[in-house]
Write a protein that binds this ligand. Sequence first.
Ligand code: ATP
Ligand code: MG
Length: 578
Amino acid sequence: MSEAETHDESAETRDFIREIVADDLSAKRHETVVTRFPPEPNGYLHIGHAKSICLNFGIAEEFGGRCNLRFDDTNPAREEQEYIDAIQEDVRWLGYSWSGEPHYASDYFEQLFAWAEGLIEAGKAYVDDLSAEEIREYRGTLTEPGRNSPHRERTAAENLDLFRRMRAGEFPDGARVLRAKIDMASGNINLRDPVLYRIMHATHPRTGDAWCVYPTYDYAHGQSDAIEGVTHSLCTLEFSDHRPLYNWLIENLPVPSQPRQYEFARLNLTYNVLSKRRLIQLVEEGHVAGWDDPRLPTISGLRRRGIPPAALRDFAARIGVTKSDAVVETQVLDFCTRELLNRTALRRMAVLDPLKVVIENYPEGESEALDAVNNPEDEAAGSRTVPFSRELWIEREDFMEDPPRKFFRLAPGREVRLRYAYFLTCREAVKDADGNVVELRCTYDPATRGGNAPDGRKVKATLHWVSAPHAVPAEVRQYDHLFAAETPGAEGDYIADLNPDSLSVVAQAWLEPALGETPVGETVQFERLGYFCADPDGTPERPVFNRTVGLRDGWAKAQRQDAAAKSAAGQPAAKGKG
Ligand code: ATP
Ligand code: MG
């Protein structure tokens, strides 16, 4: 796919939400666009949230508006300061900044309560004594209308008194709720007298014990939007059925502005679960090492795995924003990651499955420094030196004693190139008592320094290597999908779909010395192996690296074939996936 197709923000490639915003601005329905990202601080953000962040903050940026960060902190039972902090860190790391200070639904509790009193006075809300169970029962079903609560016809005075006593803490949790008085026979269940307030004697991370009644999401959300002057309130499709309620509240309350809600498809990703409830379970039951386990699709997990924020933004742009649910393949994320890292990551050499090479004609105890390019895609990245000596590590799979016809790497009598170094010929494989190859005795050609033979002879393979006496030992963590099933839980319990081999640890890899200085969080390319990110668990003496993504590019290849097939058939090539 061409640059133009991928990054073009022009009108033709605008998604339907950007179309609406552009239209509203050009028709002067709003002076400026105001969006918000409204996480509930009840867990860490995941890649689905990244989609919403890129959409909300992206629109504000593109149209010169603003985007608020607003914590939807209306359920103190599940919310924590740790999450509030982590969410801010993740949004910043993704490259966005919110307008002013973060906002909190709890900032508006007093106003929301006053508006609820107003609804009661207008006969549009009432206190109900039915239990949660009974409310469900009275609500009816998709095919049957609901029934009125016996408490529905209380007077405004009685309702007001009860509502204030709810706030004063006179009643236990669940004893009473405040409900909007709309229509128990509505075809939309959300309009069958939805609950606006419930009693919860819980300490709130911000308001402490000041409140024991809390507004529901439905009641708090639109009104918070209106208070903040949000023009376009973007949420996921499951809220479509809530939109009539969102509008009812805006119409029936003296709110200072008229936000509108628009829904887009949530992100689903193969081999992943994207629901905080499930992510919490994975963390709490110890199926992963924590919220930032590199196997998790949390933003902090993706960061620790080494995926750069720009790759996530590119991912969000490629998958686009649509009105129908779809599942995106994880390879799309791999593709975006690889594409970016190919341009930006430093090249280094590391051997993960070491086999010793001894160069018999290289002087003992000597070494030299060879020039190695840092990034062939980026001249500005410069070069470094790599030490070379008589004893090296190479990758075990780069040698075969009895190679098949198409194996061009090292074998007895075979000559190959060592990257940035010399031609090397294998003379003999040394074995242990069990017949395992434990060492290769080799010779090198000093005339091939830099990688070319003056006599013009060619070799068919170039291997990476590390000088053994200079090598830095490291732990390398290689990750596979956390789930073995493409759709975890499709066949029942999603926990049963966990991939038992999602983590494999190389306890003793060998790195070129420069890698010992890789700053934590930086992702480099281990030549021929993939991209790897320095983990905070490491030390300069023994770094730890996480495999971010391999080098193989199966998805891009499939895309190219797809595009080629389509253009051969006279159709435009597909734009991204998802
Ligand atoms: P979860 O289902 O994972 O618990 P949530 O919707 O309850 O997520 P919120 O904190 O309420 O989490 O979400 C904040 C914002 O992010 C909301 O606007 C929500 O619509 C959006 N969002 C959440 N999950 C996704 C997703 N998978 N794809 C796109 N947007 C999402
Ligand atoms: Mg939610």
